[in-house]
Design a protein. Structure first.
Length: 272
């Protein structure tokens, strides 16, 4: 004897909701086993419960309802296998995106945690020290020139594209935003955003190198940056007898919409 369940019982047995079952009925994904002609009440059987288990399984794997409907309409392995393979590929892409998002969140958290010691008193337009920095391979983005939330997001989107090569031979970047300002006399495009590469493909022609050496550095706010850069040029000449060809600005986030800078510039002796 066939057993029927009310819509409420069916929702409970299938770990779904009454409204969801009604929606499935409206779109033709899953019809009830019978409908009372007098009351309009929907009733379901064990067969519909099996279908609901399949629907829940497919939804958990990010399969759209229309694709599930097609799956039911073409219930043979020639259709099912390619459909499942396509769903697996979609899940793999979502996993990769989630992993990238997690990396970005971890990097941002590490920035916040490691920069808690950077107190406002350390921000200055005239206090500089020196340190050794190893060679860095970088990828520049000339179309992105100014620091802003919108440009930071644009940079991250571009970096994700570079990092999403399915062959595994792709870029891996430091999770820090950098700005490179050249100090040569140019009429435009003096500043560009760039990323430091930790790993890169064997064939990557659009990369550049920041040389290793002694760098003068200091910390400043957005407001202090113009004067700090000018003072850095003066300090390099008077204290180190050196010239500066460029200044790197490492963006340090102090909040979701707030940041300061670590200025870095390679000291090149004037005699060179």
């Amino acid at each position: 004897m066939r057993t029927y369940y009310s819509i409420g019982e069916t929702a409970k047995r299938s770990s779904t909701t009454i409204e969801t079952l009604r929606h499935y009925d409206r779109i033709g994904l899953l019809k009830p086993a019978k409908v009372d002609v007098h009351t309009g009440y929907r009733y379901y059987s064990d067969e519909e419960l099996v279908y609901l288990n399949v629907i829940n399984f497919c939804k958990q794997r990010s399969m759209p309802l229309n694709d599930i409907k097609e799956l039911f309409a073409n219930d043979h392995y020639e259709y099912i296998i390619p459909c499942l393979i396509a769903t697996e590929d979609k899940i793999d892409q979502e996993i990769k995106q989630l992993q990238q998002t997690k990396k970005l969140l971890l990097a941002l958290r590490e920035q916040y945690e490691t920069r808690t010691t950077l107190i406002p008193e350390q921000l200055s337009d005239h206090i500089f020290s020196s340190k050794m920095i190893p060679k860095r391979m970088i990828l520049t983005f000339p179309s992105i020139q100014q620091p802003s939330i919108e440009n930071f997001q644009l940079l991250q989107d571009l970096l994700l594209q570079y990092s999403s090569d399915g062959e595994g031979d792709s870029f891996i970047f430091e999770h820090t935003v950098f700005i490179l300002t050249t100090l040569e006399q140019q009429s435009e495009n003096q500043s560009v955003l760039f990323a430091v590469c930790e790993k890169w493909p064997a064939k990557a022609d659009d990369m550049a190198a920041l040389p290793a050496g002694t760098y003068i550095y200091g910390y400043c706010s957005e407001e202090q940056k113009p004067l700090a850069m000018q003072n850095m040029i003066n300090d390099a000449k008077t204290k180190y007898d050196a010239e500066l060809a460029f200044i790197v600005q490492s963006v340090i986030f102090t909040g979701i919409f707030q940041w300061v800078y670590e200025l870095q510039a390679l000291l090149v002796p004037c005699s060179e």
